[in-house]
Design a protein around this ligand. Structure first.
Ligand code: TLP
Length: 348
């Protein structure tokens, strides 16, 4: 029988385990728009407790969590400062413009994280010609920067700046538990520096769907209304929230395994000719691989790998991305390294 492909496209591809499916099957449910779903309420309480915030809101996706946060923090015509490489700027189909009437001010940072000093320069003076800078959006870990972790000192500087200039800070913490596992800094500490945080249940934590928006009670109250506005009010959704609770209780502690495997994979690939990897950026579960020296295009590389049973995604003009997750074990890593070795050794 042919082997299942080693699927390194994203940590979103995990399938619920039998134990998670049991939690789903046994969930007590009610209509959550009527606030009648005890499992959703338990998940929202748990998310608030783990992040040290006042309240949580269950949303269908990370994108909706970010967009609800932006809609709740801003008014039409405001500006939000973001990293040029952020998910919000690149992968949310212009959501801030379409849904909130907000202009993004993207700052180019190349291979490092956005700094307080750069944000300060981008804040608009008070002038009737100009948009009002209202919000700073951070991302931790940073997807397009290969899963890099934010320095807590820099985040503190950004918090201080935001406090002084009356700005709000939203954290796209889709992978905040990966950041915490890598840095040993409690998720509570990251969240304490932000007015709102979104994190995903459907990535490293292995749930089939769902993200959480957490923050102050007043903010989450208004966010709940905006979730409804965007069509994210759900009914007997405790069956899905149960998977999120299961992920938070059982899958946070194992994230260092993904990080160890990503590193092992990256080190294996770095020994293969014509593959370039910046091992310094491999801090969590994401590996960005530069294939330029092979003379192959990104599409050709992906096709060759796929034919040999390894799935990855395009990431840039000359780069592809591989992600370790719950459904990848040590054998998969060894297998993937050997497939890369084979594919790259056959290139003339
Ligand atoms: N990222 C996905 C793709 O959209 C690129 C992936 O495979 O990594 N913030 C960050 C930092 C993310 O990486 C993602 C998803 C989201 C937000 C959005 O989450 P979803 O996919 O649940 O809308």
């Amino acid at each position: 029988m042919p082997h299942d492909p080693v699927d390194l496209r994203s940590d979103t591809v995990t399938r619920p385990t039998p134990e998670m499916r049991r939690a789903i099957a046994e969930a007590v449910v009610g209509d959550d728009v009527f606030k009648d779903d005890p499992t959703v309420q338990e998940l929202e309480r748990l998310a608030a407790e783990i992040t040290g915030t006042e309240a949580g809101l269950y949303v269908p996706s990370g994108t909706m969590g970010n967009e609800v946060a932006i809609l709740t923090h801003t008014q039409r015509g405001d500006e939000a400062i973001v990293d040029f490489d952020s998910h919000i700027y690149n992968y949310e189909t212009a959501g801030p413009a379409v849904l909130s009437g907000v202009q993004l001010a993207p700052i180019r940072t190349d291979n490092r994280m956005l700094r307080a000093a750069e944000i300060e320069e981008a804040i608009r003076p008070d002038d009737e010609h100009l948009p009002i800078t209202r919000l700073i959006c951070l991302e931790n870990t940073h997807n397009r920067k290969g899963g890099m972790v934010y320095s807590i000192e820099e985040m503190r500087r950004i918090r201080d700046l935001a406090g002084k200039r009356g700005l709000r800070v939203h954290l796209d913490g889709a992978r905040i538990f990966n950041a915490s596992a890598a840095s040993d800094i409690d998720v509570k500490e990251y969240c304490s520096l932000c007015d709102s945080t979104m994190f995903c249940l459907s990535k490293g934590l292995g749930a089939p769907i769902g993200s959480m928006l957490v923050g102050g009670s007043e903010f989450i109250g208004r966010a709940r209304r905006n979730r409804k506005l965007l069509g994210g009010g759900m009914r007997q959704v405790g069956i899905l929230a149960a998977a999120g609770i299961y992920g938070l209780r059982h899958n946070v502690g194992r994230l260092p395994e993904d990080h160890r495997r990503a590193r092992q994979f990256a080190e294996g690939l770095s020994r293969i000719d014509r593959i370039d990897i910046d091992l310094d950026t491999v801090q969590t579960n994401i590996v960005v691989i530069d294939v330029e020296k092979s003379g192959l295009t990104v599409d050709e590389t992906i096709l060759l790998l796929e034919k040999n049973g390894v799935l990855v995604v395009p990431f840039g003009r000359t780069t592809i991305r591989a992600v370790a997750h719950l459904d990848i074990d040590d054998e998969d890593v060894t297998q993937a390294i050997s497939v890369f070795g084979k594919v790259f050794s056959t290139i003339r």
